[in-house]
Design a protein around this ligand. Structure first.
Ligand code: FAD
Length: 291
């Protein structure tokens, strides 16, 4: 989502012809926003792109970038106006083969989500043609915003999948695990955990459907995407934690999938804006909406 969506919405016909086919037939795009000194404060990012004739010269470093080691294309957010905070940013399509692009070999050792590599990339005076810009110069925040809103709904669905899987494992285990001559699923305290899981999951599903409906019908999905992402990610963490609890001591071992789901769930509270940032966005939106 983060790679393809901005390209589809803001790319020139030439850029779409060059990249979209590749990215929808197994190619990968990395989306490089976060920097070593910060990810939440987008307006404070330091990677710069300075205009020089028909080119921009890109310099800086990005960290914690998913799929960077396999990327066919890197979408990079950079500062094109030294002052101006978030209104001085632009987004560029960068070919990883260009001179000066250096993807660091190191793959970060992550708590969960180990099916995806994350790592760093640096740009050392990389010359990129001015046609490689997505949208307009200094208005990159619009491109980032659209990409992040779409991706928040995608992350919420990942969280929902994690929660559903954790619940399914926990319920099957609760029905088969015998204590005191009966399955633990007969104990009220265990049933309460299962009921709470269901409420959290059902609410996540409805919120995701509401946000996805707004996205696909072209309405402003900013608030709905943040609400869905915040709820679904916190629900996934709560459900996965309770699933481990239902497995008792066995849940703490690597033998069963629930400890992995608990580790995987954590990333959904961090990526695409942390839970704290989602709360700020939701509060801003509500304060504007209710007069
Ligand atoms: C598995 C994984 C994959 C990722 N993939 C990508 C990717 O593909 N591309 C990419 O660009 N980035 C990616 N990231 C990075 C991720 O987006 C950032 O980690 C995230 O945005 C937070 O930035 P940070 O780590 O710099 O934390 P910081 O911004 O340093 O925040 C640290 C803490 O302070 C809080 N905080 C910060 N500012 C505020 C504020 N104003 N108000 C209240 N609390 C605040 C945060 O909520 C957090 O709890 C990935 C991260 C992970 C773990």
């Amino acid at each position: 989502m983060l790679g393809v969506l901005p390209l589809r919405l803001f790319g020139s016909e030439e850029a779409k012809a060059r990249w979209l086919g590749r990215l929808t037939t197994g190619g990968l795009a990395a989306f490089a926003l976060t920097e070593p000194q910060g990810g939440s404060d987008i307006g404070g990012l330091e990677t710069s792109a300075v205009r020089d004739g028909d080119d921009y010269v890109l310099t800086g470093e990005k960290a914690l970038i998913a799929s960077i080691h396999h990327a066919d294309l890197i979408i990079v957010a950079a500062r094109t106006r030294p002052e101006g905070g978030s209104m001085g940013l632009s987004v560029f399509l960068v070919d990883p083969e260009l001179p000066g692009v250096h993807v660091h070999d190191r793959r970060e050792a992550t708590m969960g989500m180990r099916g995806t590599d994350i790592g760093s990339v640096s740009f050392s005076e990389v010359r990129i043609p001015s046609t490689a810009i997505l949208g307009r110069e200094n208005l990159g925040m619009m491109v980032l915003h659209k990409g992040l809103v779409g991706d928040r709904v995608a992350t919420a669905t990942i969280a929902l999948g994690i929660a559903e899987a954790a619940q399914a494992h926990a319920v099957r285990y609760a029905k088969s695990r015998m204590q005191g001559g009966e399955p633990i699923s007969r104990h009220q305290a265990v049933r309460n955990l299962i009921a709470d899981m269901e409420v959290r999951i059902a609410a996540s599903r409805l919120l995701i459907e509401a946000a996805a409906e707004k996205l696909s019908s072209g309405k402003d999905a900013t608030e709905a995407a943040s609400v869905a992402k915040l709820h679904a990610s916190e629900a996934a963490n709560a459900v996965a934690k309770d699933a481990v609890q239902i497995f008792g001591g066995w849940g703490y071992l690597r033998n069963y999938p629930v400890e992995r789901l608990m580790r995987d769930a954590k990333h959904t509270e961090i990526v695409d804006g942390t839970s704290q940032i989602q709360r700020l966005l939701i509060a801003d939106s509500v304060l504007r909406r209710i007069r």
